[in-house]
Write a protein that binds this ligand. Structure first.
Ligand code: ZN
Length: 213
């Protein structure tokens, strides 16, 4: 199906492979090199339809962004979560994290975001998992992390910061599926005896699209 054959209420970028999420496609209208309009369609040498500039030939590749997060674990084996103070997921629990900046490593980004959001200095350890949220165009990396300094505190991004015993994780009030997956994988890694607890309450809740940070 070509973009021209699509019904008008379907964005042209949804033509193949599910395409780019609507909210993201809506931000990609003009060539960032020359300012002319971008057009979605077949490009010679490309294996899928792309957004490209008809004026200068620039191809606007659209790829997921990486969100780096930590599961800070206390000396007593509790995992620290924050209650989000912003959308998406306002009022629900998630791990600290945010978008990786272009000039930092994944560990540096995870340390920076954790400090900014909850005031803890952490040392990232094992990678618990790497998870795709296609509707939000992100890939979420979750480190287990040791707390090496700082004091837990709230911030604009965290209404509340709390340590949860592994058996007391608030499964029904988790903000994102990726958080549920990370916590579930952490349980499987560190508390295999509790692992079915996370599994049994895993909910595939419909989520708001958009960026998480
Ligand atoms: Zn251009």
């Amino acid at each position: 199906m070509s973009a021209d054959e699509l019904p008008t209420d379907v964005g042209p970028m949804q033509a193949s492979h599910g395409g780019v999420p609507d909210w993201l496609a809506a931000t990609l209208n003009y060539c960032s090199r020359c300012g002319a309009a971008l057009r979605f369609g077949r490009i010679e040498g490309e294996d899928r339809e792309r957004l490209a500039c008809e004026s200068c030939g620039y191809i606007a590749y659209v790829n997921p962004r990486l969100v780096v997060t930590t599961l800070p674990v206390t000396a007593r084996g509790e995992v620290i979560l924050l209650r989000r103070g912003f959308e998406p997921g306002y009022g629900l629990w998630a791990q600290p994290g945010g978008f990786l900046e272009i000039d930092e490593t994944v560990s540096e980004g995870a340390v920076r975001e954790t400090l900014e959001e909850i005031g803890l200095v952490v040392e990232p350890g094992e990678v618990v998992g790497l998870y795709s949220r296609i509707e939000a165009a992100v890939v979420v990396l979750a480190f287990e992390a040791r707390i090496v300094g700082g004091e837990p505190r709230t911030s604009e991004e965290a209404l509340e910061v709390r340590a949860f015993r592994p058996e007391a994780i608030p499964w029904r009030d988790i903000a994102f599926r990726t958080t549920t997956w990370a916590l579930r994988d952490w349980l499987r890694l560190r508390h295999p005896d509790l692992y079915p607890l996370g599994e049994r309450t895993l909910e595939e809740r419909p989520e708001e699209p958009g960026a998480e940070s």
